[in-house]
Design a protein around this ligand. Structure first.
Ligand SMILES: [Zn+2]
Length: 147
């Protein structure tokens, strides 16, 4: 764990901003923390956690070429979707964005039916969606289910 953190800090010091952006270091370190805390109960998390170190080595060995950065993106995506599917861990604001779009479509429906005024329905649906999404986000955060 410490070693991985050091490796990430080392990556933090590389000069190329463009590369750094693609490395998504903040996201990576959040993922590492989660994987570490889950690795005792989940084999796949353990596997991803072990994979991270190799993976960073490969990035460095390849001198952060386009190809290795693409692999990195894929790797992060794989880890993120595992956490989401298996452990219900989502990124910040995840439910907010989902319920926002649900709210807007509900708003359109209500606007057309109940209020007979679509311009009134949309903001009502939107604010309801935001409130519900924010509530679930806050709840997930409390339960440690947010990255
Ligand atoms: Zn897992």
């Amino acid at each position: 764990m410490e070693k991985l953190k050091e490796m990430l800090e080392e990556l933090e010091s590389i000069g190329d901003e463009n590369v750094k952006k693609k490395l998504q270091l903040k996201q990576s370190s959040k993922l590492i923390v989660k994987l570490d805390s889950l690795s005792e109960e989940c084999e796949e998390c353990q596997h991803h956690f072990d994979g991270f170190e190799d993976h960073i080595h490969q990035l460095k060995a390849g001198d952060f070429n386009e190809d290795s950065l693409k692999k990195h993106k894929k790797f992060l995506y794989k880890v993120t979707s595992h956490l989401q599917k298996k452990h219900k861990i989502v990124s910040e604001g995840y439910y907010m964005s989902i319920f926002m779009s649900i709210g807007i479509s509900m708003g359109v429906v209500f606007g057309l039916t109940i209020f007979d005024n679509i311009a009134l329905g949309i903001p009502i649906g939107l604010s309801m969606g935001l409130a519900i999404g924010a509530g679930i986000d806050a709840d997930s955060k409390k339960k440690g289910l947010v990255l």
